[in-house]
Ligand binder design. Structure first.
Ligand SMILES: C[S@@+](CC[C@H](N)C(=O)[O-])C[C@H]1O[C@@H](n2cnc3c(N)ncnc32)[C@H](O)[C@@H]1O
Length: 230
């Protein structure tokens, strides 16, 4: 990491749990999660060949929430390996249930903060990186908690292969501007949009998340930002 780019604050501020898990989700946390968990990134670099022995394309979703987008991508792209990182236990429980229901064999889960995981992955590890509706942290004094940051763009540049894609969604105008501003300062990325419809319309291979459905119902308009690793 370049020395002039501040590191992230190694603390998680969002909620980790709301209601108790359903009995089935508790059972899957005990049985399925240990089988598909990513090794602890705090213990050293992650060996992707051990995680996905026969997979060339690895995609990662940061903060998958209820896991709808990740499960859809895994079901529609069985040749790709998908890693999801999420510290919210109810979200992990929901994704485990979808993996179990749909027999998805190409998903691995990091139950925790995505940021140490990003740092533990090897250079050029990823073909796609998704950050969908990251927590907005609207107060100025909380901006340093935001996932999108100079640190994040540097890590994304290190991890994505040339031609790889970073997808960011947000329905908060200030966060959309914030993301575009940081992208503009990231010389390894180009924003693929040529006209407004390109970022105002959700691409067909980008399923709706739970958060997005709620946002549309409440009259907000998400932006679908796609950046290509040069
Ligand atoms: C507003 S929700 C959006 C969830 C989902 N992407 C969606 O669109 O429905 C933001 C999510 O990011 C997760 N999150 C926050 N900080 C994170 C971090 N450091 N690493 C991974 N996930 C994080 C939260 O737990 C939460 O589930």
């Amino acid at each position: 990491m370049a020395s002039d780019v501040p590191a992230y604050i190694p603390r998680l501020y969002g909620r980790r749990q709301d209601k108790p898990l359903k009995p089935r989700q508790t059972r899957l946390m005990e049985t399925l999660l240990p089988r598909i968990a990513v090794p602890d990134p705090e213990k050293g670099p992650i060996d992707l060949k051990a995680l996905f022995p026969d997979t060339e394309e690895i995609w990662l979703e940061v903060g998958f929430g209820g896991g709808e987008h990740l499960a859809w991508q895994a079901a529609h792209n069985r040749e790709a390996g998908l890693i999801g990182a999420e510290p919210f236990v109810n979200g992990v429980g929901k994704l485990l249930a979808q993996i179990d229901d749909e027999g998805l064999r190409n998903v691995r889960i990091h139950f925790g903060d995505a940021r140490p995981l990003l740092e533990a992955l090897p250079q050029g590890a990823l073909s796609r990186l998704f950050v969908l509706h990251p927590d907005p942290w609207p107060k100025k004094r909380h901006f340093k908690r935001r996932m999108i940051s100079p640190w994040f763009f540097l890590e994304a540049a290190r991890l994505l292969r040339p031609g790889g894609e970073l997808r960011v969604a947000s329905d908060i105008p200030d966060y959309i501007r914030w993301t575009l501003m940081h992208a503009q300062n990231a010389p390894s990325f180009e924003w693929t949009a040529r006209r407004a419809a390109d970022w105002k319309t959700r691409p067909a291979d980008w399923p709706q998340t739970r958060y997005e459905a709620k946002s549309l119902k409440e009259g907000r308009h998400p932006a679908y930002l796609v950046f290509r690793r040069k």
